[in-house]
Write a new protein. Structure first.
Length: 104
């Protein structure tokens, strides 16, 4: 599904830049958000250390006027993934992370 979305973006005339698996840095920011939400921050199961979260796509798009560009963050998951409570929790962290940076 991500590959198909990438191709859609790649061939769009309004897309200026596509970055895949874009890191949510600083990790401290996503840890703070997770704590505020009462959600456990993602950890490496082998070491139990917090891991850097990522957004599937960080995209720069030309506006209709073509005089400036806007940046958007997008995550692609299957409908089955949306039934997974843990995935939804991570979405909440990711959404708030980008909202605080005024990225839609």
């Amino acid at each position: 599904m991500e590959r198909n979305y990438f191709y859609l973006l790649e061939y769009s005339d309004c897309v200026v830049d596509i970055r895949e698996q874009y890191s949510l840095l600083s990790i401290e920011d996503s840890i703070i958000i997770a704590n505020e939400l009462g959600i456990q921050h993602p950890k490496n199961p082998a070491t139990t250390e917090e891991i850097v979260m990522t957004t599937d796509f960080f995209i720069t798009i030309k506006t209709k006027e073509g005089t400036k560009a806007v940046t958007v963050a997008r995550t692609n998951k299957s409908k089955d993934d949306l039934l997974d409570k843990r995935i939804i929790e991570k979405f909440k962290i990711e959404r708030l992370y980008w909202e605080r940076r005024e990225i839609s």
